[in-house]
Design a protein around this ligand. Sequence first.
Ligand SMILES: Nc1ncnc2c1ncn2[C@@H]1O[C@H](COP(=O)(O)OP(=O)(O)OP(=O)(O)O)[C@@H](O)[C@H]1O
Ligand SMILES: [Mg+2]
Length: 377
Amino acid sequence: MSESTPSTESRSLQPSTGARIEIRGVRHSFGDVLVLDEFDLTVEPGEFLTLLGPSGSGKTTLLRIVGGLTIPDEGSVIVGGVDMTLLPARERGMGFVFQNYALFPHMTVQDNVAFPLQIRGISSDQIDRDVERALELVNLQGLGSRLPRELSGGQQQRVSLARALVFNPTVVLMDEPLGSLDKRLRQYLQNSIRLLQKEIGFTAVYVTHDQEEAFAMSDRIVVMHGGTVRQLGVPETVYRSPTEHFVADFVGDINEIEGVLRESGHGLIIEIAEGNTLVVPPYVSRSLGEGDRVLCGIRPEMVVIQEEPMGSPRLQATVELVSFHGNSYRILSRLRDGRRFIVESSSSLAAPAEGSTVWLHWDEEQTIVLIPPDGQP
Ligand SMILES: Nc1ncnc2c1ncn2[C@@H]1O[C@H](COP(=O)(O)OP(=O)(O)OP(=O)(O)O)[C@@H](O)[C@H]1O
Ligand SMILES: [Mg+2]
């Protein structure tokens, strides 16, 4: 491992091969609260993987276990083929960017970033070169002599990032590193982190409860709930083909319509309101049959608003509220059965008038079909 064998060779921030992380059968409780249950996950070398889940779902606990800040009750953490389950954090050679893993307040930016190199016994000439390069990478050159309190929040976050990367770690762990920043700065730093990660090649495990941030940054996303993996996949798949109701609802707005399976001449179809029928997608459980209920989810941006009834499926609705969001309109409407239905349409199109009657049309292939959450075999 690089941290236990400090070298005086060139240690500039150069492409490094990220390490594979294997989390096997990890269980962890605090008191009698089970926080992680039989957790299995493999992060591929050089992958950017995000743990996404609501507050309390176990994201930080899992990240701390990978980083060696918490020892799990059961299971193992293998990094680059080495079982690190019991190894202390400082011997794992990982970079950390944690929201509460603050900069040393009395040390300059230069000294903060140099710290991981100093504890590794790197020569001072080399440290100067590496720190300069790390600050350049996060666009903070020239600010080395400032104290953390003389920097903005976003600049401090970038110093943390430089400190996490300066020693060429093969794994970088980030827990809500952009949590307290405004949207613009968040987006800027999301891009910086992703570009740096692609350039350097470390394996990244990133924690957020913001689904847009997870989508924007990740190769793959793990949706967590109650200490278990609910879905693991590339962002597009998690968004377009959620495997369960919790995931569908957590990763974005979704309109839900009840459907019933019916036997037609050509096999099963889904019957929904107003005489519409939908094809049964292949992923819907084969154990379902005639009369079984399903939940049909339609993302707001998949819907086209029409003034006249055209195409199928389509539902009649009354427009209740139109709000302008710059690049889109969000249209709150109400279906004939009284349910709310949200539509998001490009602001390059005319918005419907509030109070008007419209027809909502979508491509039936875009329907997300789920088994209802109240459980049906
Ligand atoms: N040191 C601790 N002692 C007792 N319980 C803890 C401790 N750390 C976490 N927990 C509990 O474990 C559960 C998971 O916490 P964790 O911090 O991993 O969640 P999280 O997904 O990171 O949430 P958030 O999005 O709010 O940061 C929560 O119920 C929390 O209260
Ligand atoms: Mg947390």
